[in-house]
Design a protein around this ligand. Sequence first.
Ligand SMILES: [Cu+2]
Length: 128
Amino acid sequence: MRSVLLAAGLLLAATASHAADPSVCPEAEARFAKLGLARPDGPLVLLYKFTFCPPQMTVKAGATVTFVNVDPRTSHSVWFKDAGREESERFFPEDRWTTRFDTPGEYRYLCGPHWESDKMVGVLRVEK
Ligand SMILES: [Cu+2]
């Protein structure tokens, strides 16, 4: 019984930080391909339908992470608020923004205009 409750709790925790609709990220990838945007050398996060794709990512310390907005008309931002960083500019469809972390850790981030209303949040794990 206890393990069932634990499993249910883990499931809830997982859904809260993932896109509710599992088709969103494959769609985001398809949009990226369709738009013919240049793929960066390093890790890539797509912003689409109020979702960071993938919502959780692990990268090496010092890697440049590129965020690309593939929404047709919505602007977004990326804000590593808990890390004390400044919010990015709002970036528009097909725009990109990059950041890097040199110190290993788990960095939660959010989209300024959409984290509250649409739970647009993500986690970047940085390892040595
Ligand atoms: Cu947003």
